[in-house]
Design a protein around this ligand. Structure first.
Ligand SMILES: [Zn+2]
Ligand SMILES: [Zn+2]
Length: 165
């Protein structure tokens, strides 16, 4: 197979974020009429519309009202990262539940999708010393928690070891 010059990967022209190994960040938009979510992998020029109206950007929240039910709580289990959404249990009804939990680290995205009736938690079998965890609620928006410099702690029992930022 012949690779044409136009298809050749030009390393000098890579995205600065990916070249530096940082987590890729996508942007979310929501329709205020039908509640459709759209995720933009790379923004072009066009405006996102749905139901005949511009879609609203969904900005990440890291504190404020609803924090106890939505801000991700991180804990190490050996070399895995356990994430639960909120310090108290989030509801999981058809109308109001967590849609997904995502780990962004080392230029990678790892996401667990959830539905009604499922516990709002995820176990990522990935070692990540720093990164960002995001959780999307069907009603209360996108919640985000960053973490840095986590030490490897041996598992001495079944309990999770809380991560302090
Ligand atoms: Zn719509
Ligand atoms: Zn919620």
């Amino acid at each position: 197979m012949v690779v044409s010059d136009s298809n050749r990967l030009d390393l000098n022209n890579c995205s600065p974020n990916l070249a530096a190994g940082l987590a890729p960040v996508t942007s979310l938009h929501r329709c205020s009429v039908c509640d459709t979510f759209v995720e933009i992998i790379e923004q072009g020029g066009a405006e996102q519309t749905c139901c005949g109206r511009p879609m609203m950007p969904v900005l990440a929240i890291s504190s404020g009202p609803g924090e106890k039910a939505h801000l991700p709580v991180l804990a190490h289990h050996g070399k895995s990262l356990h994430v639960s959404v909120g310090s108290r249990r989030h509801c999981a009804t058809e109308y109001h539940h967590i849609l997904w939990i995502e780990l962004l680290a080392s230029g990678q995205s790892h996401r667990k999708f959830l539905g009604p009736g499922e516990a709002a938690e995820a176990l990522f079998n990935i070692w990540a010393g720093q990164g960002t965890v995001r959780a999307l609620c069907s009603q209360d928006g996108l919640w985000e928690k960053g973490f840095t410099k986590i030490k490897t702690v041996p598992v001495l029992g079944k309990g999770a070891i809380p991560i302090n930022r």
